[in-house]
Design a protein around this ligand. Structure first.
Ligand SMILES: Cc1ncc(COP(=O)(O)O)c(C=O)c1O
Length: 424
Protein backbone atom coordinates (compact mmCIF):
# COMPACT_ATOMS: atom_id res chain seq x y z
CA UNK A 1 0.00 0.00 0.00
CA UNK A 2 2.79 2.38 0.76
CA UNK A 3 4.46 3.75 -2.34
CA UNK A 4 8.02 2.61 -2.73
CA UNK A 5 10.61 5.36 -2.69
CA UNK A 6 12.33 6.48 -5.88
CA UNK A 7 15.43 4.56 -7.00
CA UNK A 8 18.52 5.92 -5.27
CA UNK A 9 21.89 6.83 -6.77
CA UNK A 10 25.01 4.99 -5.62
CA UNK A 11 26.07 7.39 -2.90
CA UNK A 12 24.66 10.25 -0.91
CA UNK A 13 21.50 12.06 -1.81
CA UNK A 14 19.52 11.18 -4.91
CA UNK A 15 20.85 12.61 -8.14
CA UNK A 16 18.87 15.14 -10.07
CA UNK A 17 18.40 12.64 -12.92
CA UNK A 18 16.92 10.09 -10.55
CA UNK A 19 14.62 12.67 -9.02
CA UNK A 20 13.48 13.89 -12.42
CA UNK A 21 12.74 10.34 -13.59
CA UNK A 22 10.04 10.22 -10.90
CA UNK A 23 7.99 12.97 -12.56
CA UNK A 24 6.22 12.02 -15.81
CA UNK A 25 5.13 15.66 -16.22
CA UNK A 26 8.75 16.56 -16.99
CA UNK A 27 8.47 14.69 -20.29
CA UNK A 28 5.86 17.10 -21.59
CA UNK A 29 6.83 19.12 -24.66
CA UNK A 30 5.32 22.51 -25.47
CA UNK A 31 6.10 24.45 -28.65
CA UNK A 32 8.99 22.10 -29.36
CA UNK A 33 10.60 22.57 -25.92
CA UNK A 34 10.73 20.22 -22.97
CA UNK A 35 8.57 21.99 -20.36
CA UNK A 36 10.47 23.68 -17.53
CA UNK A 37 8.12 24.00 -14.57
CA UNK A 38 8.78 27.15 -12.56
CA UNK A 39 5.23 27.16 -11.21
CA UNK A 40 5.99 25.19 -8.03
CA UNK A 41 4.93 28.03 -5.68
CA UNK A 42 1.45 27.60 -7.17
CA UNK A 43 1.62 23.80 -7.02
CA UNK A 44 4.45 21.35 -7.60
CA UNK A 45 4.55 18.41 -10.00
CA UNK A 46 3.65 14.99 -8.64
CA UNK A 47 5.87 11.88 -8.69
CA UNK A 48 4.60 8.53 -9.90
CA UNK A 49 4.73 7.04 -6.40
CA UNK A 50 2.13 9.54 -5.17
CA UNK A 51 -0.25 8.81 -8.04
CA UNK A 52 0.33 5.05 -7.56
CA UNK A 53 -0.56 5.31 -3.88
CA UNK A 54 -3.75 7.20 -4.72
CA UNK A 55 -4.87 4.85 -7.46
CA UNK A 56 -3.92 1.83 -5.36
CA UNK A 57 -6.23 3.14 -2.64
CA UNK A 58 -9.12 3.78 -5.02
CA UNK A 59 -8.73 0.56 -6.98
CA UNK A 60 -8.01 -1.88 -4.14
CA UNK A 61 -8.92 -0.45 -0.72
CA UNK A 62 -11.75 1.98 -1.33
CA UNK A 63 -14.33 2.06 1.45
CA UNK A 64 -15.74 4.33 4.08
CA UNK A 65 -13.90 4.26 7.39
CA UNK A 66 -14.45 2.65 10.79
CA UNK A 67 -16.23 -0.55 9.73
CA UNK A 68 -15.17 -4.08 10.43
CA UNK A 69 -14.40 -5.55 7.02
CA UNK A 70 -11.03 -5.48 5.22
CA UNK A 71 -11.30 -2.47 2.90
CA UNK A 72 -12.69 -0.31 5.70
CA UNK A 73 -9.99 -1.48 8.09
CA UNK A 74 -7.41 -0.74 5.37
CA UNK A 75 -8.89 2.73 5.00
CA UNK A 76 -8.44 3.29 8.75
CA UNK A 77 -4.83 2.15 8.39
CA UNK A 78 -4.34 4.70 5.59
CA UNK A 79 -5.77 7.51 7.73
CA UNK A 80 -3.55 6.57 10.68
CA UNK A 81 -0.49 6.26 8.44
CA UNK A 82 -1.13 9.73 7.01
CA UNK A 83 -1.33 11.22 10.50
CA UNK A 84 1.97 9.55 11.43
CA UNK A 85 3.61 10.74 8.19
CA UNK A 86 2.36 14.32 8.63
CA UNK A 87 3.48 14.24 12.27
CA UNK A 88 6.97 13.19 11.12
CA UNK A 89 6.89 15.95 8.54
CA UNK A 90 6.01 18.62 11.10
CA UNK A 91 7.77 17.09 14.12
CA UNK A 92 4.40 16.84 15.84
CA UNK A 93 2.38 14.00 17.38
CA UNK A 94 -0.19 12.18 15.21
CA UNK A 95 -3.04 13.37 17.46
CA UNK A 96 -2.04 16.96 16.62
CA UNK A 97 -2.68 16.53 12.88
CA UNK A 98 -5.98 17.48 11.23
CA UNK A 99 -6.71 16.89 7.54
CA UNK A 100 -8.98 19.00 5.37
CA UNK A 101 -9.61 20.23 1.86
CA UNK A 102 -6.87 22.87 1.80
CA UNK A 103 -5.21 25.47 4.00
CA UNK A 104 -7.84 28.15 3.34
CA UNK A 105 -10.77 25.97 4.38
CA UNK A 106 -8.95 24.72 7.49
CA UNK A 107 -7.95 28.26 8.44
CA UNK A 108 -11.47 29.55 7.95
CA UNK A 109 -12.85 26.84 10.23
CA UNK A 110 -10.08 27.57 12.75
CA UNK A 111 -10.86 31.29 12.66
CA UNK A 112 -14.50 30.55 13.64
CA UNK A 113 -13.29 28.48 16.59
CA UNK A 114 -10.81 31.13 17.71
CA UNK A 115 -13.50 33.82 17.36
CA UNK A 116 -15.49 32.09 20.07
CA UNK A 117 -12.62 32.72 22.51
CA UNK A 118 -12.54 36.46 21.69
CA UNK A 119 -14.57 39.49 22.71
CA UNK A 120 -15.23 42.78 21.01
CA UNK A 121 -12.08 44.91 21.10
CA UNK A 122 -9.70 41.93 21.26
CA UNK A 123 -6.91 42.13 18.70
CA UNK A 124 -5.35 39.89 16.04
CA UNK A 125 -2.02 40.76 14.44
CA UNK A 126 -1.46 39.90 10.76
CA UNK A 127 1.36 40.97 8.44
CA UNK A 128 1.58 42.72 5.10
CA UNK A 129 3.72 39.87 3.77
CA UNK A 130 0.93 37.37 4.07
CA UNK A 131 -1.10 35.54 1.47
CA UNK A 132 -4.70 36.63 1.90
CA UNK A 133 -5.72 33.12 2.92
CA UNK A 134 -4.05 34.13 6.19
CA UNK A 135 -5.63 37.58 6.26
CA UNK A 136 -9.21 37.25 5.02
CA UNK A 137 -10.37 34.69 7.64
CA UNK A 138 -9.19 37.07 10.36
CA UNK A 139 -10.48 40.31 8.84
CA UNK A 140 -13.93 38.73 8.60
CA UNK A 141 -13.90 38.53 12.37
CA UNK A 142 -13.50 42.30 12.52
CA UNK A 143 -16.83 42.76 10.74
CA UNK A 144 -18.61 39.95 12.53
CA UNK A 145 -17.35 40.25 16.10
CA UNK A 146 -15.77 43.66 16.48
CA UNK A 147 -12.29 42.14 16.68
CA UNK A 148 -9.54 44.61 15.78
CA UNK A 149 -7.01 43.60 13.11
CA UNK A 150 -3.57 45.16 13.38
CA UNK A 151 -1.15 44.79 10.49
CA UNK A 152 2.65 44.59 10.86
CA UNK A 153 4.43 46.35 8.02
CA UNK A 154 6.94 44.91 5.58
CA UNK A 155 10.19 46.63 4.67
CA UNK A 156 9.92 47.55 1.00
CA UNK A 157 13.68 47.79 0.52
CA UNK A 158 14.53 44.32 1.80
CA UNK A 159 11.22 42.52 1.18
CA UNK A 160 11.42 41.34 4.81
CA UNK A 161 9.18 41.74 7.81
CA UNK A 162 9.61 45.03 9.69
CA UNK A 163 10.29 43.70 13.17
CA UNK A 164 9.88 47.06 14.89
CA UNK A 165 6.46 47.34 13.31
CA UNK A 166 5.59 43.79 14.38
CA UNK A 167 6.65 44.46 17.96
CA UNK A 168 4.61 47.63 18.11
CA UNK A 169 1.39 45.80 17.20
CA UNK A 170 1.20 43.83 20.45
CA UNK A 171 -0.79 45.09 23.41
CA UNK A 172 -2.89 43.91 26.33
CA UNK A 173 -5.77 42.86 24.04
CA UNK A 174 -3.70 40.89 21.49
CA UNK A 175 -5.03 37.34 21.35
CA UNK A 176 -3.47 35.96 18.17
CA UNK A 177 -0.58 36.47 15.79
CA UNK A 178 -1.36 35.05 12.32
CA UNK A 179 1.91 35.01 10.38
CA UNK A 180 3.24 33.40 7.23
CA UNK A 181 6.48 31.45 7.34
CA UNK A 182 7.35 32.42 3.78
CA UNK A 183 5.92 34.84 1.25
CA UNK A 184 4.53 32.99 -1.74
CA UNK A 185 5.26 36.04 -3.90
CA UNK A 186 8.68 37.23 -2.74
CA UNK A 187 10.23 34.12 -1.22
CA UNK A 188 10.92 35.97 2.04
CA UNK A 189 11.37 33.60 4.95
CA UNK A 190 10.41 35.07 8.31
CA UNK A 191 11.87 33.94 11.62
CA UNK A 192 8.68 32.41 12.95
CA UNK A 193 10.28 31.04 16.12
CA UNK A 194 11.27 34.60 17.03
CA UNK A 195 7.80 35.90 16.14
CA UNK A 196 6.22 33.12 18.22
CA UNK A 197 8.37 33.95 21.25
CA UNK A 198 7.42 37.61 20.86
CA UNK A 199 3.69 36.83 20.64
CA UNK A 200 3.84 34.42 23.58
CA UNK A 201 5.59 37.06 25.70
CA UNK A 202 2.44 39.14 25.19
CA UNK A 203 0.15 36.22 26.01
CA UNK A 204 -1.01 35.80 22.40
CA UNK A 205 -1.34 32.53 20.50
CA UNK A 206 0.36 31.97 17.17
CA UNK A 207 -0.98 30.54 13.93
CA UNK A 208 1.58 30.00 11.16
CA UNK A 209 0.69 29.77 7.47
CA UNK A 210 3.39 27.35 6.31
CA UNK A 211 2.00 26.74 2.81
CA UNK A 212 4.93 28.46 1.06
CA UNK A 213 7.39 27.59 3.85
CA UNK A 214 7.01 23.82 4.25
CA UNK A 215 8.24 23.01 0.71
CA UNK A 216 11.56 24.75 1.44
CA UNK A 217 12.19 24.64 5.19
CA UNK A 218 11.47 21.47 7.13
CA UNK A 219 8.82 22.54 9.63
CA UNK A 220 9.58 21.83 13.28
CA UNK A 221 6.57 22.81 15.34
CA UNK A 222 8.38 21.89 18.56
CA UNK A 223 11.28 24.23 17.79
CA UNK A 224 9.00 27.01 16.55
CA UNK A 225 6.61 26.43 19.48
CA UNK A 226 3.69 27.82 17.46
CA UNK A 227 0.22 26.87 18.68
CA UNK A 228 -1.25 26.19 15.26
CA UNK A 229 0.13 25.81 11.73
CA UNK A 230 -1.26 24.89 8.34
CA UNK A 231 0.24 23.70 5.06
CA UNK A 232 -0.89 22.07 1.83
CA UNK A 233 0.43 18.83 0.35
CA UNK A 234 0.06 20.00 -3.24
CA UNK A 235 2.93 22.45 -2.67
CA UNK A 236 5.32 19.61 -1.84
CA UNK A 237 4.57 17.04 -4.56
CA UNK A 238 1.41 15.68 -2.98
CA UNK A 239 -2.26 15.81 -3.87
CA UNK A 240 -4.69 18.61 -3.04
CA UNK A 241 -5.07 18.18 0.71
CA UNK A 242 -4.65 20.57 3.61
CA UNK A 243 -2.93 19.81 6.90
CA UNK A 244 -3.55 21.65 10.16
CA UNK A 245 -1.29 21.19 13.17
CA UNK A 246 -2.49 22.24 16.61
CA UNK A 247 -1.13 21.61 20.09
CA UNK A 248 -3.26 18.71 21.26
CA UNK A 249 -4.80 20.49 24.23
CA UNK A 250 -5.77 23.38 21.99
CA UNK A 251 -7.38 21.09 19.39
CA UNK A 252 -9.26 19.46 22.26
CA UNK A 253 -10.44 22.66 23.91
CA UNK A 254 -11.19 25.07 21.04
CA UNK A 255 -14.87 25.26 20.28
CA UNK A 256 -14.70 24.15 16.64
CA UNK A 257 -17.99 24.12 14.76
CA UNK A 258 -18.24 20.38 15.22
CA UNK A 259 -21.24 18.89 13.48
CA UNK A 260 -23.07 15.91 14.95
CA UNK A 261 -21.41 13.12 12.88
CA UNK A 262 -17.86 14.17 13.84
CA UNK A 263 -16.25 12.32 16.77
CA UNK A 264 -15.76 14.22 20.03
CA UNK A 265 -12.03 13.72 20.42
CA UNK A 266 -9.20 15.70 18.79
CA UNK A 267 -8.02 15.68 16.10
CA UNK A 268 -11.04 13.94 14.48
CA UNK A 269 -13.54 16.49 15.87
CA UNK A 270 -12.06 19.01 13.42
CA UNK A 271 -12.66 16.82 10.39
CA UNK A 272 -16.19 17.44 9.18
CA UNK A 273 -17.63 14.74 6.93
CA UNK A 274 -15.76 12.07 5.01
CA UNK A 275 -12.09 12.74 4.41
CA UNK A 276 -10.44 12.47 1.01
CA UNK A 277 -8.84 9.09 1.74
CA UNK A 278 -7.03 8.83 -1.58
CA UNK A 279 -5.45 12.22 -0.94
CA UNK A 280 -4.31 11.00 2.48
CA UNK A 281 -2.66 7.99 0.81
CA UNK A 282 -1.03 10.43 -1.60
CA UNK A 283 0.08 12.75 1.19
CA UNK A 284 1.90 9.89 2.94
CA UNK A 285 3.54 8.97 -0.37
CA UNK A 286 4.58 12.60 -0.96
CA UNK A 287 6.25 12.78 2.46
CA UNK A 288 7.95 9.44 1.74
CA UNK A 289 9.07 10.81 -1.61
CA UNK A 290 10.61 13.87 0.08
CA UNK A 291 12.34 11.62 2.64
CA UNK A 292 13.67 9.36 -0.10
CA UNK A 293 15.66 12.26 -1.58
CA UNK A 294 18.09 11.85 1.35
CA UNK A 295 19.41 8.85 -0.59
CA UNK A 296 20.17 5.20 0.10
CA UNK A 297 22.68 5.54 2.91
CA UNK A 298 19.93 6.78 5.21
CA UNK A 299 17.20 4.40 4.06
CA UNK A 300 17.04 2.70 7.46
CA UNK A 301 16.89 5.93 9.42
CA UNK A 302 13.61 7.15 10.91
CA UNK A 303 11.55 9.18 8.45
CA UNK A 304 12.12 12.46 10.29
CA UNK A 305 15.91 12.00 10.06
CA UNK A 306 15.62 11.25 6.34
CA UNK A 307 13.52 14.35 5.86
CA UNK A 308 16.24 16.40 7.54
CA UNK A 309 18.85 14.92 5.17
CA UNK A 310 16.60 15.39 2.15
CA UNK A 311 15.95 19.07 2.88
CA UNK A 312 19.68 19.66 3.42
CA UNK A 313 20.44 18.01 0.09
CA UNK A 314 17.69 19.99 -1.64
CA UNK A 315 19.05 23.29 -0.26
CA UNK A 316 22.58 22.47 -1.35
CA UNK A 317 21.45 21.90 -4.90
CA UNK A 318 18.69 24.50 -5.29
CA UNK A 319 20.27 27.53 -3.55
CA UNK A 320 23.07 27.94 -6.16
CA UNK A 321 20.55 27.50 -8.98
CA UNK A 322 18.38 30.20 -7.48
CA UNK A 323 21.37 32.53 -7.08
CA UNK A 324 22.11 32.04 -10.78
CA UNK A 325 18.49 32.74 -11.62
CA UNK A 326 18.49 35.94 -9.57
CA UNK A 327 21.78 37.13 -11.03
CA UNK A 328 20.82 36.23 -14.57
CA UNK A 329 17.52 38.09 -14.38
CA UNK A 330 19.02 41.11 -12.60
CA UNK A 331 21.51 41.56 -15.45
CA UNK A 332 18.70 42.06 -17.98
CA UNK A 333 17.80 45.65 -18.77
CA UNK A 334 14.24 46.48 -17.73
CA UNK A 335 13.88 43.62 -15.23
CA UNK A 336 12.82 44.57 -11.69
CA UNK A 337 13.21 41.85 -9.09
CA UNK A 338 11.20 41.73 -5.89
CA UNK A 339 12.10 40.06 -2.62
CA UNK A 340 15.25 39.56 -0.55
CA UNK A 341 18.55 39.18 -2.39
CA UNK A 342 19.87 35.63 -2.13
CA UNK A 343 22.88 36.99 -0.20
CA UNK A 344 20.57 38.43 2.47
CA UNK A 345 20.04 35.08 4.18
CA UNK A 346 17.68 32.14 3.98
CA UNK A 347 14.87 32.56 1.47
CA UNK A 348 12.65 30.35 -0.62
CA UNK A 349 13.85 29.92 -4.22
CA UNK A 350 10.96 32.01 -5.55
CA UNK A 351 11.32 35.29 -7.40
CA UNK A 352 8.71 37.78 -8.60
CA UNK A 353 9.72 40.12 -11.39
CA UNK A 354 8.42 42.55 -13.96
CA UNK A 355 9.80 43.56 -17.34
CA UNK A 356 9.55 47.29 -18.12
CA UNK A 357 7.08 48.08 -20.90
CA UNK A 358 5.78 44.52 -21.29
CA UNK A 359 2.68 43.23 -19.61
CA UNK A 360 3.45 40.30 -17.29
CA UNK A 361 0.74 38.19 -18.90
CA UNK A 362 2.49 38.66 -22.25
CA UNK A 363 5.85 37.73 -20.71
CA UNK A 364 4.37 34.58 -19.13
CA UNK A 365 2.68 33.42 -22.32
CA UNK A 366 5.76 34.06 -24.46
CA UNK A 367 7.94 32.22 -21.98
CA UNK A 368 5.59 29.26 -22.30
CA UNK A 369 5.05 29.30 -26.06
CA UNK A 370 8.56 30.21 -27.22
CA UNK A 371 10.70 28.62 -24.50
CA UNK A 372 8.57 25.94 -22.83
CA UNK A 373 8.96 27.78 -19.51
CA UNK A 374 5.83 27.58 -17.38
CA UNK A 375 5.85 30.50 -14.95
CA UNK A 376 2.60 32.25 -14.03
CA UNK A 377 1.76 35.94 -13.78
CA UNK A 378 -0.54 37.61 -11.27
CA UNK A 379 -0.74 38.92 -7.73
CA UNK A 380 -0.94 35.45 -6.22
CA UNK A 381 -3.28 36.65 -3.45
CA UNK A 382 -0.35 38.54 -1.97
CA UNK A 383 -2.54 41.57 -2.54
CA UNK A 384 -1.00 43.76 0.16
CA UNK A 385 2.55 43.24 -1.09
CA UNK A 386 1.43 44.07 -4.64
CA UNK A 387 -0.31 47.18 -3.37
CA UNK A 388 2.72 48.32 -1.34
CA UNK A 389 4.96 47.98 -4.40
CA UNK A 390 2.34 49.51 -6.69
CA UNK A 391 2.09 46.38 -8.85
CA UNK A 392 -1.16 46.66 -10.79
CA UNK A 393 -2.43 45.17 -14.03
CA UNK A 394 -1.36 41.63 -14.62
CA UNK A 395 1.02 41.60 -11.68
CA UNK A 396 4.42 39.98 -11.53
CA UNK A 397 5.83 36.97 -13.32
CA UNK A 398 6.72 34.46 -10.62
CA UNK A 399 9.36 31.76 -10.97
CA UNK A 400 10.10 29.16 -8.33
CA UNK A 401 12.77 26.46 -8.35
CA UNK A 402 11.81 23.00 -7.14
CA UNK A 403 13.66 19.73 -6.49
CA UNK A 404 13.48 18.90 -10.21
CA UNK A 405 14.81 22.24 -11.56
CA UNK A 406 17.98 22.03 -13.69
CA UNK A 407 20.69 24.56 -14.55
CA UNK A 408 19.61 24.30 -18.21
CA UNK A 409 16.07 25.31 -17.24
CA UNK A 410 17.35 28.29 -15.27
CA UNK A 411 19.44 29.32 -18.31
CA UNK A 412 16.43 28.89 -20.56
CA UNK A 413 14.26 31.08 -18.34
CA UNK A 414 16.92 33.79 -18.18
CA UNK A 415 17.59 33.70 -21.93
CA UNK A 416 13.85 33.71 -22.58
CA UNK A 417 13.34 36.85 -20.52
CA UNK A 418 16.37 38.44 -22.22
CA UNK A 419 15.01 37.62 -25.68
CA UNK A 420 11.55 38.97 -24.80
CA UNK A 421 13.09 42.17 -23.45
CA UNK A 422 15.17 42.66 -26.61
CA UNK A 423 12.27 41.97 -28.93
CA UNK A 424 10.09 44.60 -27.31
C1 LIG B 1 1.44 31.32 1.36
C2 LIG B 1 0.13 30.70 1.03
N1 LIG B 1 -0.80 30.61 1.97
C3 LIG B 1 -1.99 30.06 1.73
C4 LIG B 1 -2.31 29.56 0.49
C5 LIG B 1 -3.65 28.92 0.28
O1 LIG B 1 -3.47 27.54 0.32
P1 LIG B 1 -4.63 26.54 -0.12
O2 LIG B 1 -4.69 26.55 -1.61
O3 LIG B 1 -4.21 25.22 0.44
O4 LIG B 1 -5.90 27.00 0.49
C6 LIG B 1 -1.38 29.63 -0.55
C7 LIG B 1 -1.70 29.13 -1.89
O5 LIG B 1 -1.03 29.37 -2.84
C8 LIG B 1 -0.12 30.21 -0.26
O6 LIG B 1 0.83 30.29 -1.20
Amino acid sequence: MTASAVKPDAAGALSLDTIRASFPALERVHGGNRVAYFDGPGGTQVPTTVVDAMSDYLLHHNSNSHWSYPTSIETDVIIDAARVAAADFLNAAPNEVVFGANMTTLTFSLSRAIARTMSEGDEIVVTELDHHANVAPWTRLAAERGVIIRTARMDLTTGALDWASLESQFGARTKLLAIGGSSNALGTISDIARATALAHSHGARVFVDAVAYAPHVLVDVRAIDCDLLACSAYKFHGPHAGILYGKHELLSELDVAKLAPAPTQAPDRWETGTLNFEALAGTTAAIDFLASMAGPSSSRDPRRARLVGAYDAMHSRVAPLFSDLWQGLSAIRGVSLYGPRPSAGPRAPTVAFTLAGIDSREVASRLADDFGVFAPNGHFYAATIAERYGIGGSGWVRAGCACYTTAEEVDRLVSGVRAISRAS
